[in-house]
Design a protein around this ligand. Structure first.
Ligand SMILES: [Zn+2]
Length: 177
């Protein structure tokens, strides 16, 4: 998988959508071990090796539906800074709007290690410019936390290994401009 191109013409950020671009994307070469900052968590979470991809974040207690689980934190950057950083080896960019993004590589809460799934148990809620990952159903203790990265990208397909019934086979989605 090439590490280039994701922020070039092939990727489309729709203003009403958010997207999480991680390690452009999941090349499997990262030795970074997750750290979870409990100040940004509402529930007990832990990291462990993931059947989806390397490290993942797991619930360490039962989490009811529709609760804020963890805040996605990091350095706030604009589109030109995203372009400057796009070739970095470890990239944890959460795109909020066309010109606003948060880089979890700097000051990340640990939410940047949450893996993609096509049938996730978390959803994104933006409140006052802050990014919260919210449970979309009850999550049992020991379950891996997952999120649909919501990357709209035509041209290159990123294979998905989430293993869910609804897996579309690729992490990104192809849509018409
Ligand atoms: Zn999948």
């Amino acid at each position: 998988m090439k590490n280039t191109g994701i922020f070039e013409n092939t990727i489309i950020y729709q203003p009403e959508l958010t997207a999480f671009v991680r390690e452009v994307v999941l090349p499997g070469s990262s030795n970074v071990q997750p750290k979870i900052d409990s100040r940004f968590c509402r529930f007990n979470l832990k990291y462990a090796h993931s059947p989806i991809h390397r490290w993942g974040i797991f619930a360490a207690e039962k989490i009811p539906a529709r609760r804020r689980v963890i805040e996605y934190t990091g350095q706030k950057i604009d589109a030109s800074e995203v372009r400057r950083r796009r070739f970095r080896h470890h990239l944890y960019i959460f795109q909020l709007t066309q010109n606003r993004a948060v880089d979890g590589a700097i000051g990340g809460s640990g939410a940047e290690f949450i893996n993609h799934s096509c049938q996730p148990n978390l959803m994104t809620r933006i409140v006052g410019g802050r990014i919260f990952f919210v449970s979309n159903r009850q999550i049992e203790s020991g379950e891996e936390l997952t999120l649909d990265y919501n990357i709209v990208m035509n041209g290159t397909n990123l294979p998905c290994s989430c293993g869910t019934e609804k897996c579309r086979g690729i992490i990104n989605q192809n849509k018409q401009r």
